[in-house]
Design a binder for this molecule. Structure first.
Ligand code: HEM
Length: 123
């Protein structure tokens, strides 16, 4: 079979790796005082489930993200580009620690980058 036809979801390692990455990311967020404050009133289990389904969906996996659009999900939080970059850095570090390849990491981050404008829209 042709490796070039593997979906990003497959190259990430499928759902087990995505779930491990989300879990890893949660610990990094919990350890980051500037970011964790945003999650003070968040149900972390629901957030983790929702983010995992979004990462599965956006990487062409067998899931459909059914949560709110990114602008509504983050509205009036006071998120800045600094916070955005921090979360992206944590996500990249989480993927690296879960042994996601550099190519798959960069491709996922590239697919998330356009969400920046949406997340900032209602700040
Ligand atoms: C690439 C960047 C990001 C992605 C892909 C992303 C994705 C998501 C997703 C999928 C949800 C769940 C929505 C739901 O089901 O209700 C969510 C919620 C949330 N995000 Fe983000 N997010 C990003 C950046 C950020 C940043 C930079 C912050 C703040 C530092 C942040 C803070 C939050 C908080 C606090 C919630 C929970 C809101 C609630 O409790 O309802 N996110 N995000």
């Amino acid at each position: 079979h042709n490796r070039n036809q593997a979906t990003l979801y497959e190259r990430l390692g499928g759902q087990p790796t995505i779930d491990a990455v989300v879990e890893n990311l949660l610990y990094r967020i919990a350890d980051d005082a500037e970011v964790v404050v945003f999650f003070a009133n968040t149900n972390i289990d629901l957030f983790a489930e929702s983010l995992a389904s979004q990462l599965c969906d956006i990487s062409d996996g067998p899931c459909r993200y059914e949560g709110p659009p990114m602008d509504r999900a983050h509205q009036h939080m006071g998120v800045t580009n600094v916070h955005f970059n921090r979360v992206v850095e944590h996500l990249d570090a989480a993927m690296e620690e879960e042994d996601v390849t550099l190519g798959a990491r960069n491709e996922l981050l590239g697919r998330l980058a356009p969400l920046y404008a949406e997340i900032m829209r209602l700040q």
